[in-house]
Design a protein around this ligand. Structure first.
Ligand SMILES: Nc1ncnc2c1ncn2[C@@H]1O[C@H](COP(=O)(O)OP(=O)(O)O)[C@@H](O)[C@H]1O
Ligand SMILES: [Mg+2]
Length: 257
C-alpha cells in the first residue's frame, strides 16, 4: 500500500465497492465487507452489546475472539449537519486508515493500545465517505470514567496512569481527545484507546494541552460524586507518574514511502 507509514507484511489492503479496507492478515482471514456492519453480527448472534455514548461502538464475539466495531460519527453540534459523512481527501487521510496506521505502529512499538484488526472507508455520493474500524477488545475492568463512578482509585493507579500517558508523549503521540473515557484500566495495565485524529508531533505545548483536557474531563465526571473520587492528591499522583521520566526515547516517526 502507498502510505505515510511503513506497514508490516501482514497488513493487507483489499478493494471494496466504492472503497477499500486494511486488515491484519495474521489475525483475521476471510474478512468481508459485512464485518463492518452490526446487522451481520446480530444475525449470527455474535453481537454482545454496545457502548454508551454516541451509540456507534459495538462489542462482537467472533471465533472465540472479542472485537470492538466502531462506526465513525461526529458528536455535538456538527452531528446535526452530517452525522457520519466526512470529506474525502484521499485514502490515507480517511479517519479509519489514519487511526489504523497510528494504532498499528503503537501496538508494534509495544505500547498499551488495542491491536487494530481492520479498517474500511466507503465513498458516498459526491465527495464524502463513511468509515469503520475494528479493534481487539481489551479485557479491562472498565474505563477510568466508569471506575470513578463506582469507587475511588489507589494512588498507585493514578501514578500508573501518569506514567502511561508519558510513554505516549515520549513517542510524540498527541492524543486528540485524552479524556477519562479513552483510558481503560485492567488489574495490571493502563491502556489508551480512540486515536481518531491523533497525530505524531514534535515537542510543544500540546503535551500540557492533553493533560489539561484530561483534568477537565476528570472534574466533569466526578462532579457531584463523593470527594474521595478525585482530588488534588490524585492529580499530583498522576503528575508524579508522568514526571518519572524513563530517559530519552526515540520519537516514532512516520516512514517515508
Ligand atoms: N478496544 C476496546 N476494548 C474494550 N473497550 C473498548 C475498546 N474500544 C472502545 N471500548 C469502549 O467503548 C467506548 C467508546 O469507544 P471509543 O473508541 O472511545 O469511541 P467514541 O469515543 O467515538 O465513542 C470506550 O469508552 C470504551 O468503554
Ligand atoms: Mg472515545
Amino acid at each position: 500500500m502507498k502510505g505515510r507509514w511503513a506497514l508490516g507484511p501482514e497488513v493487507k489492503r483489499g478493494a471494496l465497492a466504492r472503497g477499500a479496507m486494511l486488515y491484519d492478515a495474521s489475525r483475521v482471514s476471510n474478512l468481508t465487507a459485512e464485518w463492518f456492519t452490526p446487522g451481520y453480527w446480530q444475525s449470527l448472534g455474535k453481537l454482545e452489546g454496545s457502548a454508551n455514548g454516541r451509540g456507534a461502538t459495538y462489542f462482537l464475539a467472533a471465533d472465540s475472539k472479542r472485537y470492538v466495531l466502531r462506526h465513525y460519527r461526529r458528536g455535538g453540534l456538527a452531528a446535526h449537519l452530517s452525522a457520519d459523512h466526512y470529506a474525502f481527501l484521499g485514502e490515507d487521510n480517511t479517519r479509519p486508515f489514519a487511526e489504523w496506521q497510528l494504532t498499528y505502529s503503537l501496538h508494534r512499538a509495544g505500547l498499551p493500545v488495542p491491536a487494530p484488526i481492520a479498517a474500511r472507508y466507503r465513498r458516498a455520493a459526491g465527495v464524502t465517505y463513511t468509515g469503520d474500524l475494528i479493534t481487539e477488545r481489551l479485557a479491562t475492568v472498565g474505563s477510568l470514567a466508569g471506575c470513578l463512578r463506582t469507587g475511588a482509585l489507589s494512588i498507585l493507579t493514578w501514578i500508573s496512569i501518569g506514567r502511561c500517558i508519558r510513554r505516549f508523549h515520549d513517542l510524540g503521540v498527541c492524543h486528540a481527545d485524552l479524556n477519562a473515557n479513552n483510558i481503560l484500566l485492567s488489574e495490571e495495565q493502563v491502556y489508551l484507546i480512540d486515536f481518531d485524529r491523533s497525530q505524531l508531533r514534535g515537542s510543544g505545548l500540546w503535551r500540557d494541552g492533553n493533560l489539561v483536557r484530561l483534568r477537565r474531563s476528570l472534574e466533569k465526571i466526578t462532579w457531584g460524586l463523593p470527594s474521595e473520587r478525585f482530588g488534588e492528591a490524585d492529580w499530583h499522583g498522576l503528575l508524579d507518574g508522568y514526571r518519572q521520566s524513563g530517559g530519552p526515547v526515540a520519537e516514532l516517526q512516520p516512514a517515508e514511502s
